[in-house]
Design a binder for this molecule. Structure first.
Ligand code: PLP
Ligand code: COI
Length: 343
């Protein structure tokens, strides 16, 4: 099939319409048939629990076109598992892994002309969405749910792609409470991050940087991405109850081990930033966004990590290896990639 007529090298991270999305409804205690839709709209009851009481979860993963023309989807099952944990935390119906995988493959196949060509730097972003749809006035879980997946071609999350970025510590707003929803992918966490993110941008930074919300002592997240620091050939990432368990971070820890690094998952006091040779923010959207510096404007301390302003050698190696696996250029030793059957 011919690819869509888009300026592949210049697409950003915005919504670009495609041909189809897929949907499945949960009613009377069970999931129904998979439906294919060409509408961008969702008919919705005005009292749906997703609109009032935050019964909403989403995921984000990507499909990549390889040099061989084949389409590869990265770690579908891991995204299914994370959505299941979000369902448990918000008392929403759980989407079985087989249904999640089948719908993901189907929506990518149906929109294969929107999977960008190899070498363009763009990919197909896949957005699964779970919504409580039945009407409630009282605060109770819904008994009907819609699980749907749409896709959109996407370029780099940060303009400039693989380059270092400055971050700023924000203490005045927390994105998540210590035993709250931080470890789950619910929309409310992103609403809670908007003020901090806007403030960071207004101050001239790429992104906000969060400390743990209880003591403000330890590193939590780098905006909507996980944090890792590197020193002495060791990849160090925070252990915290309020951080989203990033699938990119989990994959990078394995890749780091494969490349001969050591891996530590533990609390990281903010002062330790001074000791890192490299650091990065990681997530599906950005893969790795190397950190140039982290400014703590309240204490006046600036933790400069990339002294020459450039991504460091370990960040580059980790990035090349992970994206190599995703695009099919490097061996998929851990069985992370699902190759779509030819359309
Ligand atoms: N942290 C937050 C708050 C996120 O929204 C994301 C994005 O999904 C991540 C981390 C990175 O997670 P993943 O690597 O699974 O995309
Ligand atoms: C990520 O994929 O890393 C994200 O943070 C997704 C974002 C667009 C919510």
């Amino acid at each position: 099939m011919e690819t869509a007529n888009l300026d592949w090298s210049n697409i950003g991270f915005g919504y670009i319409p495609t041909d189809y999305n897929v949907r499945c409804y949960y009613r009377n205690g069970k999931w129904g048939e998979i439906e294919v839709s060409s509408s961008d709209m969702i008919p919705m009851h005005m009292a749906a629990t997703c609109l009032h009481y935050g019964q909403e979860a989403f995921e984000g993963l990507k499909a990549y076109r390889g040099k061989d023309g084949k389409i590869r989807i990265f770690r579908i099952e891991a995204n299914a598992a994370r959505m299941q944990s979000t369902s448990e935390a918000t008392l929403m119906a759980t989407v079985p892994t087989e249904l999640f995988v089948e719908m993901t493959k189907k929506v990518v196949s149906l929109n294969s002309r929107f999977v960008p060509p190899y070498g363009s730097g763009a990919v197909l972003y896949i957005r699964p969405l779970l919504l409580g749809t039945s009407a409630q006035l009282g605060v109770h879980p819904a008994d009907e749910y819609l699980f749907m997946i749409f896709v959109s071609p996407a370029g780099p999350y940060f303009k400039g792609g693989f380059a270092t970025n400055p971050y700023v510590v924000i203490r005045e707003y927390d994105r998540a409470a210590p035993l709250g929803m931080g470890a789950y992918k619910v929309g409310g966490n992103y609403a809670a991050s908007l003020r901090a993110n806007t403030k960071a941008h207004e101050l001239g930074y790429s992104c906000e940087f969060y400390l743990d919300s209880k003591e403000k002592k330890y590193i939590d997240e780098a905006g909507a991405a996980n944090f890792f620091g590197i020193k002495n050939d060791t990849y160090i990432t925070p252990a915290s109850y309020s951080v989203l368990p990033s699938i990119t971070n989990n994959s990078l820890q394995q890749v780091a081990l494969d490349l001969g690094m050591k891996v530590e998952k533990r609390q990281i006091p903010i002062e330790e930033l001074d000791t890192f040779e490299e650091a990065g923010a990681c997530g599906t959207a950005a893969v790795i966004s190397p950190i140039e510096r982290i400014d703590d404007i309240e204490t006046g301390k600036s933790y400069v990590i990339a002294k020459d302003g450039k991504p460091g050698p370990w960040c580059r190696k980790l990035y090349d290896e992970l994206t190599g696996i995703q695009f099919g250029d490097r061996e998929d030793k851990h069985g992370w990639v699902t190759i779509l059957d030819e359309e």
